[in-house]
Design a protein around this ligand. Structure first.
Ligand code: GLA
Ligand code: ZN
Length: 662
């Protein structure tokens, strides 16, 4: 297993079963061409059974056996789950929840990020592990903790309150600036001492849960603070690792579009982006493609890893269906197509007890290798070996970008006065889906990204306007590009204060439009929009939000069909120089979005291959070793991989059905 290839393997916790079983595991790993094992995740209690005692016997044996056959390891620090002694001796490490209840010992991913004891002991155990295992042959990455965040990603304890005040002092300097930002003249909230500020939760600014806050500015800052506080835990462990190992990449496994943590704030601190792909249903190809692009976008388009996916079923859902024949291969190749250089599982062998004992694994409780699932796993291993290094390090160049913004996500979903049925992620996925169906190559980027290489930039519902984003969108249009945004864009500044101007605020002059009224309706109370596009006139369903637009330089492309604003503008296009700026004031369904997005892409010749087959996804990776095309048919569950040679017809590298080569 020395030839470079897409890494294949996953989370392996053999400390949970007897040694005799280990050899059975390894025999099966050989059958499936498994070359990479993630070890050490959640091993804190056996490595440090008490505050002053360490025992590396088990981890030594695991590491030694794992690398023995020339395999690689990803070595985790164990801090994703706390040992009982830590929680018992230092109750401050237990999180205080949204209702203000200090939790007692249990579960995982639930430490208080501001607790001095957690900070001290997590950094110390990371240091011990780094000191012991740095330089181990086959160690290819460090994996810090696990899926930072936990249930709602937040703690509301006294330590966090104190740390929040420090964070606020750094951000605002003075209480005057803070009062301005939070608009505290409202409801008599003028703060006159830092100590008066408390975390926004069910006991303070919130009612009806985390999305209902009296002060969006406070809650928005608390979310940023909490994301930064957890990041500080990661950085503290990384610093300890770096004392002993200057070069091996350090990562932690993300969760794609996970609301509690702003991964864009974390991105500069990662050496490698990795994420866990557990789609919430059977046909989730658009969401998965989007998530891969979002994760790839964290590191400027560099390849990322799928750190976890289940080979068969998950255990945490109400209904846990198996992956149908071929789906494992299809979804794994989809990840590779979008830039994954590793496809790893959770987990290599099923746990014997506790809540994940029925979670799928490469090996089931009986250790069978003659099952359908194992055969597909082994077949995928063989296919990855065949592909070799053809795409390793290769990029997925795109001239189209979608802007994704955690601040806009948080703010739109906690803002009163709009429509609680609208989900920011669903809106963005709606636009991304239209691009996906056109097989356009797309990057998903933060609003701070350099936009100068994109011809098309979609910024749906970009509610919070930060930095010079308005100028940079204008620059795209001025040099002939196309930008597009939607309802709710440009409404709030970075403290969630409304602009004292027409919506879409600072975006108004780029889009040449203003919003006169914002109507909302419940699910099912639809309207429709008549669109006059370049080549056709059509009526497209519209729902949830209906902004009545007044063109100020823009031309009207779509008008509402019903209600008192029938005939008024719903969709506009502003031509500026050689470029165009589209504004879509309503939640247009796929029918309307597909047509608009197609027209935008056509203008720049960015429609991808086979745009008229709604189930066929086509993705290219281009690198030093050439141009590889992936054709993923999500209805037929087939994969075809081709090498596109400059002067001849494509060579087929792989064609599958039901996961097997045909
Ligand atoms: C997450 C965790 C794993 C495991 C899986 C189960 O991704 O990182 O430890 O719990 O979910 O799906
Ligand atoms: Zn806390």
């Amino acid at each position: 297993m020395t030839t470079p290839r897409i890494r294949y393997g996953g989370d392996y916790n053999p400390e949970q079963w007897p040694r005799e079983v280990w050899e059975e595991d390894y025999a099966a790993f050989d059958l499936a061409a498994i070359d990479t094992l993630t070890v050490g995740v959640f091993g804190w209690a056996h490595v440090q059974p008490a505050e002053d005692s360490y025992d590396f016997t088990t981890l030594d044996a695991i590491v030694e056996r794992a690398v023995a056959g020339g395999r690689s390891i990803v070595l985790a620090t164990p801090t994703g789950a706390m040992p009982p002694w830590l929680s018992h001796e230092y109750p401050e490490v237990n999180r205080t929840d949204f209702e203000g209840r200090r939790h007692s010992y249990g579960q995982r991913h639930n430490h208080c990020p501001s607790a001095p004891a957690y900070q001290r002991f997590s950094a110390a155990i990371a240091e011990r592990i780094a000191a012991r295992y740095a330089g181990t042959p086959g160690l290819i990455a460090w994996h810090v903790a696990n899926e930072y965040g936990g249930p709602d990603g937040s703690c509301y304890c006294e330590s966090c309150a104190a740390a929040f005040r420090v964070w606020l002092r750094t951000r605002y300097g003075t209480l005057d600036a803070l009062n301005q930002a939070w608009n505290t003249m409202f409801w008599s909230h003028l703060f006159t001492a830092w100590e008066q500020i408390v975390p926004p939760n069910a006991l303070s600014e919130h009612w009806r849960g985390p999305n209902h806050t009296a002060f969006q500015g406070i809650t928005l800052d608390y979310r940023r603070f909490m994301s930064d506080a957890l990041l500080a835990n990661f950085v503290a462990e990384k610093e300890q690792i770096r004392r002993h190992d200057a070069t091996t990449p350090v990562t932690t496994n993300f969760m794609g579009p996970f609301r509690p943590i702003d991964y864009h704030r974390w991105a500069p601190h990662l050496d490698l982006a990795t994420w866990d792909n557990y789609p919430p249903g059977r046909r989730q190809e658009v969401r998965m493609a989007f998530s891969h692009a979002l994760m790839r976008g964290l590191r400027g388009g560099s390849p990322f890893w799928v750190m976890e996916q289940t080979p068969t079923i998950t255990a945490s859902r109400d209904v846990n269906s198996v992956k149908r024949p071929g789906v494992l291969g299809l979804w794994s190749w989809q990840a590779v197509a979008h830039g994954a250089d590793a496809v790893l599982y959770f987990q290599m062998r099923q746990s014997q007890g506790a809540c994940e004992k029925y979670h799928g694994a490469v090996l089931d409780h009986a250790g069978r290798t003659d099952t359908r699932a194992f055969r597909e796993i082994a077949e995928l291993g063989a296919q990855l070996t065949d592909l070799g290094d053809a795409v390793l390090g290769a990029r997925t160049p795109a001239r189209t970008a979608v802007i994704f913004d955690w601040d806009s996500w948080w703010t739109t979903e906690m803002t009163d006065g709009f429509n609680r049925h609208v989900s920011y992620l669903a809106v963005v996925l709606g636009y991304y889906g239209a691009l996906w169906r056109a097989n356009a190559a797309v990057d998903v980027v933060p609003c701070t990204a350099d936009l100068s290489d994109y011809d098309v930039v979609l910024a749906p519902a970009l509610h919070v306007v930060k930095g010079d984003i308005a100028d940079r969108l204008r620059a795209v249009v001025e040099r002939g590009g196309t930008v597009l945004t939607s309802f709710w864009a440009g409404r709030a500044d970075e403290s969630a204060r409304a602009f004292l101007m027409d919506a879409p605020g600072p975006f108004g002059d780029v889009f040449g439009v203003r919003v006169e009224e914002t109507d909302s309706a419940g699910p099912g109370e639809d309207n429709s929009v008549t669109l006059e596009l370049q080549t056709e006139r059509l009526t497209a369903p519209a729902s949830l939000v209906f902004e009545v637009l007044v063109p100020e330089g823009a031309e009207v492309v779509g008008t509402y069909d019903d209600d008192f604003y029938a005939g008024r503008a719903a969709v506009t296009r502003h031509r500026v120089g050689l470029g165009e700026a589209w504004y879509i004031g309503t939640d247009l369904g796929a029918a309307g979005l597909d047509r608009i997005v197609r027209q935008v892409l056509e203008r720049h010749d960015l429609v991808g291959p086979h745009p008229d087959d709604p189930d066929l996804e086509v993705v290219d990776r281009i690198g030093e070793r050439g141009h590889i095309r992936f054709l993923l048919d999500h209805a037929a569950t087939t994969v075809e991989i081709q090498r596109l040679d400059p002067d001849s017809s494509p060579t087929t590298l792989l064609r599958t059905s039901a996961g097997f080569r045909t």
